[in-house]
Design a protein around this ligand. Structure first.
Ligand code: MN
Length: 263
């Protein structure tokens, strides 16, 4: 059974706070009466009835290494119980560092697919090595993931191109988007989905607006074409920037489709 783990943590965001309020707002969409519980493949995904929403990790106001230790420890604990796959909810993208560190500790370094407007490969940003712009630099330099494939990227700097070359990151930029990379993905596969991979027109409830992104349809097609996942996170939904919960509803739809891929 898939278990959902809220991680409301946004102190490592470089521009705006607010993503700590994301998990609660997305989960609430199931009970608004606006949509039914079915994924597009026909499967009913009753989050609160058929799956387990775990108690959130209390890291909303915790800083730095202390918060990451809490996240890493809790994810390790949940994974070692072998009670089924985890779906982690940010929070900002910094949480993927402690979450994937836990996967590497409990199982083995996993192959990661990152869907994102940004490569998040900065050695550090504004002097913060835990920045939400740096989780994948930390994971790669410590060899905590087996490989990284990034799709939808449209904000690369020369520094990030150097980092990508150094760590052999495969990048499919948004300007060259297709689906041929899907057949090259390796197992065990983990999905890290940053909501800003979507064009801001489709997902205004995010902190960083990068034009020229995916439509909701393009992203759903990609998720549905993926092989089975060992785990996933969904990050960077910022309810403070949303309009009538429209981005929360997109995230709710994506959560249902991703759960179908978690077995
Ligand atoms: Mn991003």
């Amino acid at each position: 059974m898939v278990r959902i783990l809220p991680i409301p943590h946004d102190v490592n965001s470089s521009y705006l706070r607010g993503t700590a309020g994301g998990p609660g707002r997305i989960l609430a969409q199931e009970h608004t009466g606006s949509a039914n519980v079915y994924a597009e493949g026909g499967r009913a995904i009753r989050i609160h009835e058929d799956y387990q929403v775990l108690d959130e990790i209390p890291v909303a106001h915790m800083q730095g290494e202390e918060a990451f230790q809490r996240i890493r420890g809790r994810v390790q604990q949940e994974l070692s119980g072998s009670q089924g796959p985890l779906f982690c909810f940010g929070g900002d993208h910094s949480i993927s560092y402690p979450v994937l560190t836990a996967y590497a500790t409990v199982h083995q370094p996993v192959h990661v697919l990152q869907l994102d407007a940004h490569s998040d490969l900065y050695a550090n940003l504004d002097g913060n090595p835990y920045s939400h712009a740096s989780p994948f630099a930390r994971l790669l330099e410590q060899k905590l993931i087996a490989s990284l494939t990034q799709v939808g990227i449209r904000s690369l700097t020369p520094h990030q191109r150097e980092q990508a070359a150094r760590y052999q990151v495969r990048i499919i930029e948004m300007k060259e988007l297709n689906q041929s990379w899907i057949r090259d993905l390796r197992h065990p596969l983990y999905l890290s989905l940053d909501m800003d991979v979507l064009d801001p027109a489709f997902a205004p409830g995010i902190s960083h607006y990068e034009p020229g992104g995916m439509s909701s349809r393009q992203l759903l097609d990609i998720v549905q074409a993926l092989p089975t996942l060992i785990g996933a996170d969904l990050v960077e939904y910022n309810p403070a920037r949303d309009i009538h919960d429209m981005t929360a509803m997109v995230a709710y739809r994506l959560m249902k489709e991703i759960i179908c891929k978690l077995g």
